[in-house]
Write a protein that binds this ligand. Structure first.
Ligand code: GLA
Length: 460
């Protein structure tokens, strides 16, 4: 099938693609008409820089080939109709005359789509959205740390922008989608949406925040990145692990700020403390040792140190799904964040200088990152630790969990000439011995190269 590109910001070359043809057929069967346009947004793999984007620090992901595709037409029924190629995800119709409501207590697949719709609606103050009919086809493995949910939000943002004949830059869309995904209740940092829009084929990106910027990072020749799923699903919107970490970092920010006499107003991210103090990351690590203790903090201790009431603590520092938490590991979380922020910058420097020992140096940084996620941030799980261990024994120079953690994928850096033996060894040690994992192996273990960003296609 021939696709023409839509000028000017999301231009993509014409493609003749079987998956798109299937999507078109499904759309025609479902709605009895031809799609007006198509939009896609990729998932991502984070190479290094875990759980630090929401603290204001730069991260280093690349887009993967797997993405969310939508076929779309504009209807005059006054409804948003959503269908999914995957029969596990039910069809849904939402009225355009009612406010879009996202139920945080019960995350459903299409809420992510509605987050994107709502983000664009609010950006342009659209009181009544046009009706849209969509069929979605996603091939990013869900709940696996490869950002399938953000890809759906980004795809929906793009779809809604196009259906409303609006135009936004990729940067603006990334910012809107990072913000509107929070309607689902998780306080993500913006990495996933930024790379989904700003990715370019062939290069990883250093994503900086405030202001948002994506800088090319050339990965070394001679090694490839292999993704492997531990086959334990983690839905970050359905548990409070993720937001507990966000809250712990926020409280650690306040405690460090208080100890150094900083103005607490608007001080919410660990990166802000560093900026205010004009300190290096190494100095920040020393400051954490000086100010915070490794024993978990109780609410009472925090309220006393910050001179706030228990009520203020609940409303200003906690989120809706963390109200039950009684103890907070501030020292460990802050140590991870400043250490990981420093590893990201070193990773980029190593990539930039193309030294002979680059691959080993990058591998070491990835291994340190995993250890920090496991021991200080406690966002790994036994399955991921076992998988990372197997990857290293199978020939990877570096291996680490990627994405939010608590399940999902590991990313390993493997010398190009060892890829085949690596994949075979991981198959034998991790997947084949367990029938459930063996059944999932095909979509769970694959080489990944930096893919392109979100795009709109209009049919010729
Ligand atoms: C999720 C969030 C991101 C980031 C990662 C952890 O993917 O959406 O913003 O915080 O977890 O690095």
């Amino acid at each position: 099938m021939k696709m023409a590109t839509n000028p000017p910001k999301f231009k993509v070359p014409l493609v003749d693609d079987e998956r798109l043809q299937n999507l078109k057929n499904a759309f025609e069967r479902h709605y009895g008409e031809t799609p007006l346009f198509y939009a896609c947004a990729p998932g991502r793999v984070n190479l290094i820089g875990e759980h630090i984007d929401y603290c204001g620090f730069s991260v280093l992901p690349m887009a993967i080939e797997q993405n969310i595709f939508a076929a779309v037409s504009v209807n005059n029924l006054g409804t948003i109709q959503l269908a999914n190629i995957n029969p596990l995800y039910n069809n849904i119709t939402v009225s355009c005359s009612e406010e879009i409501v996202i139920d945080r207590t019960n995350p459903k697949w299409y809420y992510y789509f509605l987050c994107g719709v709502k983000g664009i609606q609010e950006k342009f103050g659209i009181t009544r959205l046009p009706g849209m009919s969509c069929v979605i086809d996603g091939n990013v493995p869900p709940s696996s740390g490869l950002s399938s949910s953000s890809a759906l939000v980004c795809c929906a943002g793009l779809v809604t922008m196009e259906a409303n004949q609006k135009s936004l830059s990729k940067l603006a869309l990334a910012e809107i989608c990072a913000k509107c995904e929070r309607y689902i209740g998780t306080e993500g940092g913006g990495m996933d949406q930024s790379i989904s829009f700003l990715a370019e084929k062939g290069t990883a990106k250093l994503i900086e925040f405030e202001p948002l910027r994506a800088i090319d990072v050339q990965l070394p020749a001679g090694a490839v990145f292999v993704i492997s799923n531990c086959c334990l699903e983690m839905n970050k919107a359905a548990s409070s692990h993720f937001n507990i970490r966000v809250v712990e970092c926020r409280i650690a920010t306040k405690m460090l700020g208080q100890a150094k006499g900083l103005n607490q107003k608007g001080l919410l991210k660990l990166a802000q403390v560093q900026t205010e103090l004009k300190a290096s990351l190494e100095e920040m690590l020393l400051l954490v040792d000086e100010v915070l203790h490794p024993e978990p903090y109780s609410r009472e201790e925090i309220c006393k140190a910050l001179d706030i009431t228990s009520q203020q603590f609940s409303t200003e520092l906690l989120s809706a799904n963390t109200q039950h938490v009684t103890h907070f590991k501030l020292y460990q979380r802050a140590k991870h964040v400043y250490g990981e922020a420093s590893r990201v910058l070193r990773f980029k420097d190593v990539c930039d200088c193309e030294a002979e020992e680059s691959i080993q140096l990058l591998g070491d940084l990835m291994n340190q990152s995993h250890a920090s996620c496991r021991d200080l941030y406690e966002c790994s799980c036994p399955e991921l630790d076992q998988l990372v261990d197997i990857c290293l024994k199978s020939g990877a120079v570096g291996s680490r969990l990627t994405g939010a953690g608590w399940g999902g994928c590991a990313v390993s850096m493997v010398p190009s000439d060892k890829v085949q033996s690596f994949v075979q060894a991981v198959r034998e040690a991790y997947y084949l011995p367990d029938p459930r994992r063996a059944a999932m192996e095909k979509q769970s273990l694959f080489v990944s190269k930096p893919g392109g960003g979100a795009a709109i296609y209009v049919e010729n």
